[in-house]
Design a protein around this ligand. Structure first.
Ligand SMILES: [Zn+2]
Length: 378
């Protein structure tokens, strides 16, 4: 459907020098074609038969202003809003196909909208953060992200995984006078140093469940590997291929897995001891208060050292080093779990990001990941 339109010749001031309407007259024509919001499956084309206007004062001869489209855009502003709305529920590719426009056009509209909304996001209410990194290029490039744990929004994303990657954001929070209380993170020093650098000791660091349990899993797997190397014959056979039995939480094993685990434990006492330690460590975050936490850590680290297992002794040392960060959990009750929960969404997004051709766009989409209810690759 093609619509021909012409603006009623009203009073218009000079857009160049600002002279009032009485010094401006219409002189000459121009034509521009726009895309409108489709009606059903019918695309709508709008042909504007425009006027040129000449100013008596500055002698500029320019096109009359167009109130329903931006700059050189071929889209009506209404179509732009419609396209952006659709981007919230399906992929760019689907929107482009549905609207009969190019992928790039949809992307540009979507990106511009996200940019505006991201700039408007206030930081002055942020109280609890989680920071973490994920790999963008198969383990040799990383991106650091920070999430508001109360709203689930990713507020910041930056290439790199060192303190430098996080500091600019923390400074912005400080300038915005955010009442930041605590930051959940892994046990590496980089993020902790960044928080200390910017906020001193006023903000607590919480070393969370996810990363500590991951270390315990690694310790038990190393123990298993040592045994496989050391043992022979029948004993070695029992242990080989048990990695997932050992790493899974007990409650996630099926009856067959449980039986196999029992057999394994009966056959190997040192492995049994550290397995119990690993499972017990997971209960730390269910304790009622800091006092119970302190008692737990004292006992757990002593038992871990008593096994003589070098991987668990090392873990006990790590937990001692991070004791304040572990106990801080009982003051704030936060973890990076929510952030780990979005990792699947990020994975889908990574596939959609076409090899990160546009890093700024990728980051903007991270900032609005919490809004997307439907995610499909494409
Ligand atoms: Zn003028």
């Amino acid at each position: 459907m093609i619509h021909h339109i012409e603006r009623a010749p009203g009073k218009r001031a000079c857009g160049v020098c600002g002279a009032s309407a009485k010094y401006v007259k219409l002189d000459g024509r121009f034509e521009r074609t726009f895309l409108g919001v489709p009606v059903g499956f019918k695309p709508q084309e709008i042909v504007l038969h425009g006027h040129l206007q000449v100013c008596f004062w500055c002698e500029a001869r320019v096109r009359e202003p167009i109130p329903f489209a931006d700059g050189k855009s071929r889209c009506l502003r209404a179509l732009g809003r419609y396209i952006v709305g659709l981007c919230g529920i399906t992929t760019i590719k689907n929107v482009a196909t549905l609207m009969g426009v190019s992928w790039d056009l949809v992307k540009d509209l979507f990106k511009a909208d996200l940019e505006v909304r991201h700039k408007r996001k206030p930081l002055r209410k942020v109280r609890y953060l989680a920071v973490d990194e994920f790999s963008t290029h198969k383990g040799h490039k990383y991106m650091t992200t920070a999430m508001d744990l109360e709203t689930g929004e990713i507020l910041y994303a930056q290439e790199g995984k060192d303190a430098e990657a996080l500091i600019p954001f923390l400074k912005r929070l400080k300038r915005a006078k955010a009442p930041l209380k605590a930051v959940a993170m892994d046990m590496s020093a980089a993020f902790a140093n960044a928080v200390r650098d910017v906020f001193g000791a006023t903000v607590d660091i919480v070393n969370d469940t996810f990363h500590v349990v991951a270390l315990a899993s690694k310790a038990i797997d190393e123990t298993r590997k040592d045994l496989v190397r050391k043992l022979e014959g029948e004993e070695k056979k029992v242990i080989k291929g048990t990695k997932f039995l050992l790493l899974k939480g007990k409650e996630n094993l099926n009856p067959e897995g449980m039986t196999r685990l029992m057999q394994l434990m009966a056959a190997n006492e040192p492995l049994y001891k550290v397995y119990l330690l690993k499972e017990e460590l997971r209960t730390f975050w269910r304790l009622p208060n800091e006092e119970a936490g302190k008692a737990f850590l004292d006992r757990w680290t002593a038992e871990a050292r008593a096994t003589g297992n070098k991987h668990f002794t090392k873990l006990a040392n790590t937990l001692d080093e991070h004791r304040p960060g572990l106990l801080a959990y009982f003051r704030h009750w936060i973890s990076t779990a929510k952030m780990e929960g979005t990792n699947n969404k990020i994975k889908v997004l990574k596939r959609q990001a076409y090899g990160f051709r546009d890093m700024a766009f990728f980051k903007l989409r991270l900032y609005f990941l919490h809004e997307r209810s439907i995610m499909m690759p494409g």
